[in-house]
Design a binder for this molecule. Structure first.
Ligand SMILES: [Cu+2]
Length: 165
């Protein structure tokens, strides 16, 4: 009887410690919001059978150090890659990048025909108005959760944006 009560108190204490540490972590995450600021995140809408979608945004680095976007994670995709579109001859080609550089006190603009995050093999293609939630992992252990809305992008001239992966 006494033992049971003791166990319960122990369990409650553990629970309290857990919630305190979660709150601290949350505070830590909030702290990074001023260091990295994401503006206008969006996903270009695509047909329901699209093999991949492009995700764009502006990443602002308010720190005194160059930082790197190392990876992006979201559920519902087979793979997520960092891409950059480059012109080769008269073709535009997407090249997978190991990271995206964001200069100190500067920014990187992810946009069609340039840097972008590629959401590959969606379980189901999100529709216009949907929100894609994606975690961005930076070096220095910084991370950022982004809510990107699916919307129609400007039509690109030609069909060079249909590229192989
Ligand atoms: Cu791409």
């Amino acid at each position: 009887m006494f033992n049971k009560k003791k166990k319960l108190i122990l369990a409650l204490t553990t629970l309290t410690i857990l919630s305190v540490s979660t709150a601290m972590e949350r505070h830590h995450t909030n702290h990074t919001t001023t260091e990295i600021v994401i503006n206008n995140p969006w996903v270009r809408s695509a047909p329901p059978n699209a093999p991949a979608l492009g995700l764009f945004m502006q990443i602002n680095n308010n720190t005194d150090h160059d930082i790197k976007l190392l990876s992006a994670n979201a559920s519902g995709y087979k793979r997520i890659e960092l891409h950059r579109s480059v012109v080769q001859g008269d073709m535009m080609k997407m090249v997978k990048q190991e990271f995206m550089p964001i200069p100190a006190k500067g920014k990187l603009h992810l946009k069609p025909g340039s840097w972008h995050i590629m959401l590959i093999n969606p379980e189901s293609v999100p529709r216009k108005g949907d929100t894609v939630i994606i975690d961005l992992i930076f070096d220095n252990g910084l991370s950022k959760t982004v809510h990107a809305q699916v919307r129609k992008g400007k039509k690109m001239t030609g069909n060079h944006h249909r590229m192989m992966h």
